[in-house]
Design a protein around this ligand. Structure first.
Ligand SMILES: Cc1cc2nc3c(=O)[nH]c(=O)nc-3n(C[C@H](O)[C@H](O)[C@H](O)COP(=O)(O)O)c2cc1C
Length: 192
């Protein structure tokens, strides 16, 4: 079973990545093969809205999305992560989401069948500095529709407010265990 973790923060080894690593460790502990892609290490141009994808469901922009599309369709489950930037995803992770419009087009405009009978699951991890009730509403909706476009069911999340400084999440008592459990549950949904 292959799990892809997308690390959506431009800041390496900080809050988002610490939680993502724990989730991937949980998945690994349940026997999954895990891989992490950090957005700061790849080049993904924003969607240009030229709709070249309307022809055959293929994006015309040539960059790291070429192999990321393959990976997104190949893996069994996904852990997507991003801190909150202005109540949204980071621009780097949003670029990946928007470029998956090509996969949305395949599904909803071209009616292309993937032939994939797997039930693929996805979980989402996010952190933000403030604690407002609606802090994660926007990003959760975005990620739900992103998962739908790539054929993944949104099955859970870990959303933590009040975390601002670099690696501050280490001071949050239950975060590490919660992230580990999220990763375990992604692989084995029945685990308590
Ligand atoms: C450009 C930018 C915009 C941000 N916007 C918000 C925001 O709207 N709401 C919020 O609660 N935190 C916001 N933050 C704070 C980050 O979400 C927070 O510091 C988070 O812990 C960063 O995670 P990281 O260390 O994994 O990158 C923003 C930070 C930056 C750099």
């Amino acid at each position: 079973m292959k799990i892809l973790g997308i690390m959506g923060s431009p800041r390496r080894h900080s809050n988002t990545e610490i939680l993502l690593d724990r989730a991937l460790a949980g998945a690994e502990q349940m026997g999954a093969e895990v891989e992490k892609v950090a957005v700061s290490e790849i080049k993904v141009h924003p969607c240009m809205e030229i709709y070249a994808c309307r022809k055959e469901g293929k994006c015309a922009i040539k960059d790291d999305m070429e192999w990321l599309y393959v990976k997104l369709l190949e893996i069994d489950h996904i852990v997507f992560s991003s801190p909150i930037f202005f109540y949204g995803l980071t621009s780097q992770s949003k670029a990946i989401v928007d470029r998956c419009q090509a996969l949305w087009v395949r599904k909803y405009i071209l009616g292309m069948e993937t032939g994939d009978k797997r039930v693929r699951r996805g979980v989402f991890i996010s952190v933000g500095a403030t604690r407002g009730e609606k802090l994660f509403d926007g990003v959760v909706l975005t990620v739900k529709y992103f998962f739908n476009a790539i054929g993944v069911k949104y099955v859970g999340d870990l959303l933590i407010g009040g975390i601002e400084h670099e690696a501050q999440i280490r001071e949050y008592a239950t975060a590490s265990q919660d992230a580990f459990l999220l990763g375990q549950r992604l692989v084995c949904p029945d685990i308590i």
